[in-house]
Structures are given as structure tokens and as C-alpha cells.
Design a protein around this ligand. Structure first.
Ligand code: SF4
Ligand code: SF4
Length: 506
């Protein structure tokens, strides 16, 4: 029996019968089967509605509204509606509840409790319209110091002796996080890669391999090597800007990945190099990594396989001991470290882990940055941080806390049309983003999506320049770890202590 017969549904579909033209467009567009036509009128099944808003957007008569169904649930401060819905769902299916996107618990954002400094009178601001403000970032391992040699015959001739590790330059301190072909559609991947190339930023491939159509965007792609080793072959390794060993993901620390067999169509099977229709399982532990030494061996093996031409990094979820782990990763030879916080996005994760495991990215950035400084390692590595970088303000604060590059996924999905219905794991995304259904995938126009991503990050970069100018800083690299330019206004002084940020007024 459907839950809606016992418990109130989350959403309610309201159809204005006077405005409805009975064109049935809504029934075609609803991929969740919440709308049908019974020969006389449109019939709505509220329990199937996920509030993706596709029908509302597509209805030519503006006849549909999807509203929150608050009708008869008595309020309770402790057993909130959210908790009661979890209990109802579990008592219905008896299994682990899945969800998608990021942690949606109303936990206070630490980014929101941080304020940015700005120049007044004694130290001049910079006008970004008149002066150059540099937002380029060098990605990869950096030497701790530079050695020069002087020509004995001509002391005016000085040449650089230091040999650089493989690294590359990106125009903005931004990376689109790892979303695999499988978790999102071909069209969504293509839009992201094209936008990344156009902006000269980075995008993550996710753990699903790289379809040959995407090889031309390789110079802007960081590819993942996850425990499932999907799609990992020499072409894949040689066609990308960098490689990342995925140990953990912010949305599901201590948990691997699972793409159900029904989503493994011909395209996904070719890309992941697995049989069509088989489940794509990447268990949490890598079968060959049980220590930092093992991890160092894999880093070395990947560097050797790529002839030491591309940076090799490691991604971990932000957990309570991220700082000592980060030290081991740097000492193990990684060229970059990706930290993913507990609000990070996912295509599918057990809800219990998504919502309750890990730590906020703000605290992880600050503690990792500080520990690497204390060990004299900070300048050797590029630190990428993600997990709830929602807009430019979060990006700027993440950099001031210690990140070199901010990584995000959900803003990119939202820019492409995602309504955050949290149903990605079902593969029915009505906007053509998190689906492999060919009929649905066509709904996402690659050109429109690409241009919206370009606009989004262009505006983030312009806002970054505005803030740097207001701070009197002419380069984003000078903002990194510059925590004195932040002040805390939240309720917990201990958080400010861990962040290494003074309270406002100090
Ligand atoms: S799309 Fe709008 S007008 Fe057309 S049948 Fe559905 S509710 Fe009626
Ligand atoms: S990508 Fe699609 S399914 Fe996932 S949250 Fe967004 S709209 Fe929903």
C-alpha cells in the first residue's frame, strides 16, 4: 500500500481545472509518474511527486502548482517532520534509506559565520576595473625554495636551477567536483567539460572512466582512480591533466560507490569497461591500500605510468583526523590533496552517512592547512577543498582559510537546471542531468548548460576580484591562508579558535 494512504505526503500537486487545457504535456514531462490523464482530466498522485518542478515549468496554461503538504501533521520540536518521515519510510521498506545531493540537515554553516575584511584609510584598496588582479593558480607540487646559478663569466646572467614538478596553470581557483558519467548524463558531462575548457579551470571525471568523446577536454580534466578501477587504462591515464586517487568522498566517508546494473547501459559499460547491466561496485577500501606506505606506492606507480608528466593527488573525506592523514599523503609524494567536507554532494549515498558522518569543510581546511604549515609542507602541495562551496563568498572564505582551489558540484547542477529534489539515485531526473534514460538526457541542451556554467564561474571570478580589491590584495595566491582577513561572528568561540580566526571586534 502506498504510504500516502497512511501518512501525509511531502508535496501536494494543485491543478487549476479552469486553466488546464488538457494538453497532457505535464504527463509526458513527469518522469516520476505522478501525473496521468484518465480520459477526462489530469490525475495527480501526490505520493509520487518529488517537487522537481518540471510540470510546473512546462505547463502552457500555468495550471499546476506543487506546494508543501503541511495539512494535518501536528508540529513537534523534537520529532520533526523530517524525522517522522524517516521513520515512516523505514517502517515501510525495512532497508537503508538512500538519498542524493548534499546533506540537507539545517546545520549552521560556518562559512555564514565568517566575515571578510576590507581596507579603509590606512591601507589602500585596489580598483579591479583599473588594476590587474591575478586569479591564476598553479596546480601541482611546488618546490619549497628556488635555486639559481650565476654565470661566472657574466654575473648579470642568472639562471634557474630548480627543476619543477609537473604542474599546470588555471585561470580561476575553481574546480568542478567529480561527477561520473553514470551518476550524471553524457550531456551534463559534456557541458561541464566544455565550460571548463573555455574557462581554463578544472573538472573532475568522477570514478567512471572517461568516454573517448571527452578526451579532447583532457587538459582540463582530473581523472579519478577509485577502488573499482573503472575505465582505468593507459589511454585514460595519458589523456588528462592530473590523476586523483579517490580514498573518500565528503558525502559518504567510509563508504564506496554503487551504480546499479540497470543504469549500466552501452555507453556506461564502454566507458567503465564493465559488462552491460552489471552493478558497478567500488568498495570503500582499495584492495591494495592499507597504510600510507601502500598509498605512496600507488602514487609512485601512477607517476611512473604517466612518465612523471602529470600531477597525482589524493582525495579524502573531511574527518576528525584529516590533518595527520594529509601529512602522510604529502610525505607519500602526492602533488595535490583534495578535501571533501560533510555537506558535499553525491548521486547516491546512504542517508544516515550523508547526514551524520564527517566534519564541516571549514574546520578541515583550517586544521589541515595549519598542520601542513607546522610540518613545513604547506607550500609543497595544492590544497583543493569542496563540500558546500555554494557561491563565491564560500569560495573566497575557503581560500582565506587555507585552500588553493575551491571545488563544487551542486552549484553547477543548479546552474544547469537542477531543482535539488534529491532523487538522483533513481536515475529519473526530469531535467536530463542525473539520468541515463536517452529520452530524458535529450532534455538537457549542452550549449545552454555550458553557457550557464561559464556565466556562473565568470561571475564568481569577478566577485573574487572585487573582494581582493576591497582587501587591497592583487593576487588570489596572497589571500590563501590569510586568516587575518576573516572575522568570526558565530556563537561558538572554540570554532574560531580551531579556524585560527579572530572574533569580530578583535
Ligand atoms: S500541462 Fe498544464 S495545461 Fe497541459 S494538461 Fe498538464 S496541467 Fe493541463
Ligand atoms: S540532478 Fe535531477 S534528480 Fe538530482 S537533484 Fe537535481 S533535479 Fe533532482
Amino acid at each position: 500500500m502506498s504510504l500516502s494512504h497512511i501518512f501525509p505526503t511531502y508535496f501536494k500537486i494543485e491543478i487549476d481545472r479552469d486553466l488546464c487545457k488538457k494538453c497532457k504535456r505535464c504527463t509526458n514531462h513527469c518522469s516520476y509518474g505522478a501525473l496521468s490523464f484518465n480520459g477526462e482530466r489530469i490525475v495527480a498522485e501526490d505520493d509520487k511527486c518529488v517537487a522537481c518542478q518540471r510540470c510546473v515549468t512546462m505547463c502552457p496554461g500555468k495550471a499546476i502548482r506543487v506546494v508543501r503538504n503541511e495539512s494535518y501533521l501536528p508540529p513537534h520540536g523534537n520529532y520533526t517532520r523530517r524525522i517522522r518521515n524517516i521513520i515512516w519510510a523505514q517502517s515501510g521498506n525495512g532497508g537503508v534509506l538512500l538519498s542524493a545531493t548534499g546533506n540537507d540537515r539545517p546545520i549552521r554553516s560556518i562559512f555564514d559565520d565568517l566575515l571578510l575584511d576590507a581596507c579603509q584609510v590606512t591601507n589602500p584598496a585596489i580598483d579591479p576595473l583599473r588594476e590587474t588582479i591575478e586569479t591564476k593558480v598553479f596546480f601541482g607540487r611546488r618546490p619549497n625554495k628556488l635555486d639559481f646559478s650565476m654565470d661566472e663569466g657574466d654575473p648579470s646572467k642568472v639562471s634557474l636551477k630548480t627543476e619543477f614538478y609537473p604542474h599546470f596553470e588555471i585561470d580561476m581557483p575553481i574546480m568542478v567536483g567529480h561527477m561520473s558519467l553514470g551518476s550524471i548524463s553524457y550531456n551534463a558531462c559534456m557541458a561541464i567539460y566544455q565550460a571548463s575548457k573555455e574557462l581554463n579551470i578544472l573538472a573532475g571525471s568522477g570514478e567512471g572512466g572517461l568516454h573517448p568523446d571527452f578526451y579532447e577536454y583532457g587538459p582540463n580534466i582530473i581523472s579519478e582512480v577509485a577502488s573499482g578501477r573503472f575505465g582505468v587504462d593507459i589511454n585514460y591515464l595519458h589523456n588528462v591533466a592530473g590523476l586523483e586517487i579517490k580514498i573518500g568522498q565528503g558525502a559518504k566517508p567510509g563508504h564506496g560507490g554503487h551504480l546499479p546494473g540497470e543504469k549500466v547501459n552501452t555507453l556506461i559499460s564502454q566507458t567503465r569497461m564493465i559488462p552491460k547491466g552489471s552493478d558497478a561496485l567500488s568498495p570503500y577500501p582499495h584492495h591494495d591500500i592499507y597504510s600510507i606506505e601502500d598509498l605512496a606506492q600507488l602514487i609512485a606507480a601512477l607517476k611512473e605510468a604517466t612518465r612523471y608528466k602529470v600531477p597525482v593527488g589524493v582525495k579524502i573525506a573531511a574527518v576528525h583526523n584529516s590533518a595527520p592523514i594529509a601529512v602522510g599523503i604529502v610525505r607519500g609524494g602526492a602533488d595535490f590533496l583534495t578535501l571533501d567536507g560533510f555537506r558535499g554532494g553525491t548521486g547516491a549515498a546512504p542517508r544516515i552517512i550523508r547526514d551524520h558522518a564527517g566534519i564541516p569543510i571549514e574546520l578541515a581546511i583550517a586544521s589541515v592547512d595549519q598542520r601542513l604549515r607546522d610540518e613545513g609542507l604547506r607550500d609543497e602541495i595544492t590544497l583543493v577543498a569542496g563540500g558546500s562551496i555554494r557561491y563565491s563568498a564560500d569560495l573566497i572564505k575557503a581560500i582565506a582559510l587555507g585552500a588553493d582551489v575551491g571545488m563544487c558540484c551542486l552549484p553547477v547542477l543548479i546552474a544547469m537546471g537542477c531543482r535539488m529534489c534529491q532523487q538522483c539515485f533513481r536515475g529519473l531526473c526530469s531535467w536530463g542531468i542525473a539520468t541515463q534514460n536517452e529520452y530524458l538526457v535529450k532534455r538537457l541542451d549542452i550549449d545552454v548548460a555550458r553557457n550557464r556554467i561559464i556565466n556562473l564561474f565568470h561571475s564568481w571570478n569577478e566577485e573574487l576580484k572585487e573582494v581582493l580589491g576591497a582587501m587591497g590584495i592583487d593576487s588570489v595566491e596572497s589571500l590563501r591562508s590569510n586568516r587575518d582577513r576573516l572575522r568570526y561572528i558565530g556563537p561558538n568561540p572554540r570554532i574560531a579558535e580551531i579556524l585560527g580566526v579572530k572574533h569580530a571586534g578583535e
